[in-house]
Design a protein around this ligand. Structure first.
Ligand code: AMP
Length: 488
């Protein structure tokens, strides 16, 4: 087993480029009817930076022309006052994205923008279109030429080729051909169009912002934390299977697809979203604290202190501490000026990364039996490094508690997970994982408790595929999706 696990470490070294373009983690933003549209998009993206740090972009329109700026890097570095000054107009869309290594990265940065028979259209996408490869093959067979390797580009081709005369009609037709996860924001000459897949995998919130007097501006964002920064009011979500058009005539909402069971990504509530956001109509902080409380009930530990792995483990650790009565201690300090190591594309940086990112408070850990709370174990290598770090800082025992069930299946709906071979829980027993991460004990939250903590009910179903392997949509090209991952 340990050979296998060491090999797993080696795999991690060798296959860092494993993250392919099919699995994008992103944030999207859109605004209509505000004289400072690009500035608002900038602020919105700034608040969504945690959803992707590799590239970002904003497209704006003043009704006459479209202005676009995108590039590699963080939002605050890319958008200087001069750049924002070159993005006039009162509607805009924005995107922040994690993408793969390679020369063509900037080509894949979004928004994508094309001139076609429906005028100039720009698009930003969060999610993953699972039948993109098939659609692309057919389109290429018919002579289409693609400029990027992003699944998002197929949408633009479908819109351009549609015989429908209006953009909304063409978009409706295009959306009905897509499978998988998509929260989309489009920018056209005089309007923005917003759409969400019928399962509602990825979040997409709608809000309103007062401009001046009685005028209001409509805004959309992956998470409501973007609204807080710009002072917008959260109105609710774009519904799964819904298309919203905001133009000179006002706001039009329509259902473009038949109703399907909802499959909201539960990982948004476990890890991905910010705790100060309302996601799928529920407070992320509330879900995470509840996960911690239920974890304390299901997996108690004979220990002295509860320590979170910052930042993602903090709310669950607070819940664990209050339920167990054990004191909560911030015994791992995070340096906030380092990117998340998980998504850094170079191994040299990643290995070093854990130490760069976290440092133990020896004074709090010395001689203590520690409950270490984290949100998830993917490959297991982070946990192992942290457990070692906590022990080296003097902890007597380290009990690892994870606020979700074991991650056993890759995500095809927009969360970056490695292939099955690299998911430690897909290939090892609980005891083997415990030994690998060198913990004194290990406990995961049960699926039932997770679904309770995110308030899963008849109207709001979640997708748990990463914990169960039950994918809520047919993955027609699953072989291709899998082998794509292996090739990288
Ligand atoms: P690992 O070393 O592969 O087990 O990584 C686990 C760590 O990565 C946990 O601390 C998580 O907070 C974090 N993590 C889990 N999933 C993701 C993801 N999709 N993107 C970025 N970080 C993640």
């Amino acid at each position: 087993m340990s050979d296998q696990l060491d090999q797993h470490d080696q795999l991690e070294d060798d296959k860092l480029d494993v993250f392919d373009k099919l699995h994008e983690e992103c944030g999207v933003f859109a605004v209509y009817g505000h004289p400072e549209a690009a500035n608002l998009a900038y602020l919105g993206l700034y608040a969504l930076q945690h959803r992707g740090q590799e590239s970002a972009g904003i497209a704006s329109s003043d009704g006459r022309a479209t202005y676009l700026h995108r590039g590699m890097g963080h939002v605050a570095d890319l958008f200087t006052p001069e750049v924002l000054g070159r993005l006039p107009g009162d509607h805009a869309i924005g995107h922040t994205r994690y993408s793969t290594a390679g020369d063509s990265q900037v080509l894949n940065a979004q928004p994508l923008s094309v001139e076609c028979n429906k005028g100039r259209i720009s698009v930003a996408h969060n999610g993953n279109i699972t039948n993109a490869a098939e659609i692309r093959r057919e389109l290429e067979y018919d002579g289409s030429i693609f400029q990027t390797s992003s699944d998002t580009e197929v949408i633009l081709h479908l819109v351009a080729r549609s015989r429908e005369r209006t953009l909304a009609g063409a978009l409706r037709e295009a959306l009905l051909q897509l499978e998988g996860a998509f929260s989309l924001v489009f920018l056209a000459g005089d309007r923005i169009l917003i759409a969400r897949d019928p399962n509602g995998f990825r979040p997409l919130a709608m809000g309103q912002l007062e401009v001046s007097g009685r005028k209001v501006s409509t805004v959309f964002a992956s998470e409501t934390c973007a609204f807080d920064l710009i002072g917008a009011v959260y109105l609710g979500d774009v519904e799964p299977g819904e298309m919203v058009i905001v133009g000179p005539e006002g706001v039009t909402r329509e259902r473009y697809a038949p109703k399907r069971d909802h499959a909201h990504c539960v990982f948004e509530h476990v890890y991905f979203s910010r705790p100060d956001s309302i996601v799928f109509g529920r407070s992320v902080q509330e879900s995470r604290e509840m996960q911690g409380r239920m974890l304390a009930r299901e997996c108690p530990a004979d220990a002295d202190i509860v320590v979170p792995l910052p930042d993602s483990g903090v709310p669950a650790a607070l819940g664990y501490a209050s339920e167990s009565g054990l004191p909560f201690k911030q015994a791992l300090i995070r340096n906030h000026y380092v990117g998340r190591t998980f998504i850094e594309p170079s191994q040299a940086i990643r290995d070093f990364g854990v130490k760069l990112k976290l440092n133990p408070v020896r004074h709090l850990l010395e001689g203590k039996r520690v409950v270490l709370v984290d949100d998830s174990i993917v490959r297991g290598t982070t946990s192992r490094k942290i457990v070692r770090m906590v022990r080296n800082a003097g902890a007597k025992e380290v009990h690892v508690r994870i606020s979700c069930p074991p991650t056993v299946s890759p995500c095809f709906y927009g969360v970056d997970t490695p292939s099955v071979g690299e998911l430690i829980a897909a290939n090892s027993t609980l005891e083997e994982i415990r030994r690998f991460i060198e913990a004194d004990s290990l406990g995961y939250l049960s699926l039932g408790a997770l679904s309770q903590s995110v308030a899963d009910d008849r109207d709001h179903h979640y997708c748990y595929a990463c914990y169960t392997g039950n994918y809520p949509t047919e993955l027609i090209n699953i072989q291709e999706l899998m082998s794509n991952r292996e090739r990288h």
